[in-house]
Design a protein around this ligand. Sequence first.
Ligand SMILES: C[S@@+](CC[C@H](N)C(=O)[O-])C[C@H]1O[C@@H](n2cnc3c(N)ncnc32)[C@H](O)[C@@H]1O
Length: 620
Amino acid sequence: MILPPKLRDDPIKCTTKELGTFARETCLALRLLQCKRGEPPFQSNWEKFIGPQAGEDAHILCMAAKAVGKSEKAAADAGAAGALVREEKAAAEAVCQVFTNALEVLPSMPVACACNAETIHRGQPPAAMYSLISRLNHSCRANTAYHFKAGGAVVVRAVVDIDPDEELCISYLDPLQPLSRRQEDLQQRFCFTCSCERCTLEQQMLASTGLQDGTPAHAPTWFLSAIAPNAVGTEVDSCLTRLTRQAEEEFVRQGNATAAWTALEAGILQAVEEGAHPYHYRCLALYACLVSAYRVSAKLGAGRVALLRAAMYTLLQAGAAEAVLAVGEYGAMPQAAGDWSEAGGLLCEVLAAELADLKHTPAQSTPPASVSSQGPVRGSAQDQNPSSTQRSSGRAGPLVDALVRQRANDGTAGQRRGASEGNESLGEAARMSGEEDSRPSKRSRVTGTPSEPATVYWPDVLQAASGQTESRRTSPRKSVPEPPAEFAAGVCAAWAALSATCKPPMESADRSHGNMAGGDPEQDEASDAPQRSSREGGGFEAASHWEGDISDLRTLAGPAGFLSCSQPPPSNAELREALQKELNGSVDVEENVRRLEHIGIGAILCMAHATSLLRDCLTA
Ligand SMILES: C[S@@+](CC[C@H](N)C(=O)[O-])C[C@H]1O[C@@H](n2cnc3c(N)ncnc32)[C@H](O)[C@@H]1O
């Protein structure tokens, strides 16, 4: 049953008659559902909705009141006193049953959240009642996850082995939120206090240690300190909240997208510099914002750099989900799967575009000066300096820049900001970072060399990596440009950020599938102890920056069994061969990318693999 749009958009303005019709229809549909299933009626929580505890759900109260033909106050009084007549109760129950049990339908998302009054009130996304799925209770450590298929069919899958008599549960909320947030959220949206296994364990742990939920460096597990609301004090927390609101304001009301997300990025950066963990739950909310922003921006013509930035923030989200997963919270698995796949998809989009450029670049008969039969030769003083190609320039966004800077041993990464001339993507990055783009304008370049492709650096790199001879060298360039800096910097920084927080718990956690469920808090404490000293002082531990060892990445991706790709990531030789085939045009790039998109994490490993391979080739 789909809620009528008017009801969703503006329930307060819905007339009693409209509501009455809806309530009647709702009653009928629910009765039908219940007859079909031969099961007891759905829970409605109606007393809470129209009773004295109705709290801030004014619009629901109002709707229920209208449905029972009473004023809000009269309905509340009558409801509280149990004085509603039978029909009134039935109507109120019907309305509240929908609000208590409907799910938000998010067909494009791998993971969906349960419905809540607020989003229904705002009119999006659509909500629907399901005869079976709507009966599933919530757990913050849910043993199933669900997603929607085209047409609204919903699929529920187990995320761990489930005993025959075990209750199936889904998660109504974002499992990456800390205890207090989850409790608050469920209370506000669904009028219940969660007492699931995870909440109980976390409560016990906090009680036994006398700590506050989210006490920063002193928290018993790195996990709490990583995502807790107070990890950096209320000041940063409220600053990040304010930033989110401001950005929304600018974006939604004033349409100033660039200003909105530039401010967001600056804000996150500042918060991280002040000690906020990059996986702080508010940071995660901001990344989500930025992913959407950059996706939209890419669609509106900002190009690959926007896609790359979306990918970087998705990688950070994936890292947070993976980190939560790593301490045994398998409820985060769907989230991690969704984030990895999304990041993989985004990176694949970029790769596909770059490969397409390469394939469509006409072959040149005259070898350019910069390439010899032995492979690429650096043609300019700048490019002959190995360090200029060795290092990432860190143009993947301020946060990523900061992470690169923070992690770079030699302290030079992130300072190399000279974009190669003719490098469109770097130019875009500069513009998006609000930095001055010193290259010739696009217009003058296009006028000067009409046949020169707009983006050439990545094809150069691919050619170098695959050992192309000059006969396939395509664009007449004076020098071999830098490696795909944003890409390399972004992937490295994201992985560095992931390994910073993922690695220690992954080493200590029991990774076997059947035994991922939480554990004894004391054990948690114990397993956390060796890391604590390095984490004292708050903030997050600097990772050893990623030095292209793919086995690290495999370790990171490995534990979540089903997240791994169905086939192992390609070896260097296989990848080289695949690239060669791409270059020879014997492989359908789109098909290949589709395949990569399907394997999610595999795609990321391929990208990381490709990046390391290409960097090796360029810096050899
Ligand atoms: C979608 S319904 C779940 C099905 C419902 N239990 C039923 O029997 O119709 C959501 C409601 O179930 C109850 N509920 C779900 N999960 C719960 C939990 N972990 N603890 C307490 N109540 C829960 C709450 O009242 C919530 O508003």
